[in-house]
Design a protein around this ligand. Structure first.
Ligand code: CAA
Length: 246
């Protein structure tokens, strides 16, 4: 039977590439999307010619603790164990801190950081019981280095790294590895939102002088999910073209 992976934010730029990469590696992917994006998710499923065996679309509001608890309990009943969880859902609300509203702060912290509790907690016990599972958190170069205009996002993405290390310590004895990927600026709709002149300045600072391709981030996820990565845990793997070396 195929291994199963749950990917949040699966139809986004990086999420979609992760889904494709895991399918290629033989996984059945539970592709979680925000419930109000149903039509969009169905269109994405069709456009990619996914089969029901390869991908199961799954509505999941990662910001809602009770909803996640119930939806993931149902998922476990229907699918059995989930072998790999990729916490990928994330948003930006970029603005300077002086102008940032509490709403912009809370939306980013809730979606990018609180979601880790909401989605991982209902799965973690069954992952430990299975004796072999992976949690992979999609953080960001901006969680490592901090970014002008992203006090909310940098805080959440840095928080993901602390969570990764703490949970890695707890999961190790059960064969559950917990790692993070810190992508740099990647060709996705999220980066398309940056003003062109600002983006040009950012690109000029990247030693490779280009954005990451989503499949370059996805390849790192699939590696960390693989049996070959069984002894790697609590690690943050940067995929950033040299933008930040730490
Ligand atoms: N460091 C220091 N100063 C900076 C700066 C920086 N990195 N960027 C801008 N400034 C300065 C500007 O020079 C300008 O100074 P003056 O007023 O003296 O000219 C001032 O700050 C205001 O800058 P903007 O004109 O850009 O201000 P704005 O209000 O129009 O826009 C902003 C603010 C929306 C935050 C904009 O600067 C921006 O989009 N920055 C990029 C944010 C970013 O990197 N987002 C990443 C999104 S993708 C993502 O998040 C994925 C991932 O994981 C990598």
């Amino acid at each position: 039977m195929s291994k199963k992976a749950l990917v949040t934010g699966a139809k986004g730029g990086i999420g979609s590439a992760i889904t494709n990469s895991l399918i290629e590696a033989g996984y059945r992917v539970i592709a979680a999307y925000f419930p109000s994006n149903e039509a969009c998710a169905r269109k994405w499923f069709k456009e990619n010619n996914y089969s029901e065996g390869q991908v199961r679309l799954y509505p999941l509001d990662v910001t809602d603790t009770d909803y996640c608890e119930e939806a993931i309990a149902t998922l476990l009943q229907e699918e059995g164990n989930i072998d790999v969880l990729v916490n990928n859902a994330g948003i930006t609300r970029d603005t300077t801190f002086k102008r940032m509203t509490a709403k912009q702060w809370n939306e980013v912290i809730t979606t990018n950081l609180n979601s880790l509790y909401n989605v991982t907690h209902p799965l973690f016990s069954s992952m430990c019981d299975s004796g072999n599972a992976r949690v992979i958190n999609i953080s960001s170069v901006n969680g490592l280095k901090g970014q002008f205009g992203q006090a909310n996002y940098s805080a959440a993405k840095a928080g993901m790294l602390g969570f990764t290390k703490a949970l890695a310590a707890e999961g190790a004895r059960y064969g559950v590895t917990v790692n993070a990927i810190a992508p740099g600026y990647t060709s996705t709709p999220m980066v398309d939102d940056i003003k062109p002149e600002v983006l040009e300045g950012i690109k000029a600072e990247i030693p490779m002088r280009r954005l990451a391709k989503p499949n370059e981030v996805a390849a790192a996820v699939t590696f960390l999910a693989s049996d070959a990565a069984a002894y790697i845990t609590g690690e943050t793997l940067s995929v950033n073209g040299g933008l930040y070396m730490h």
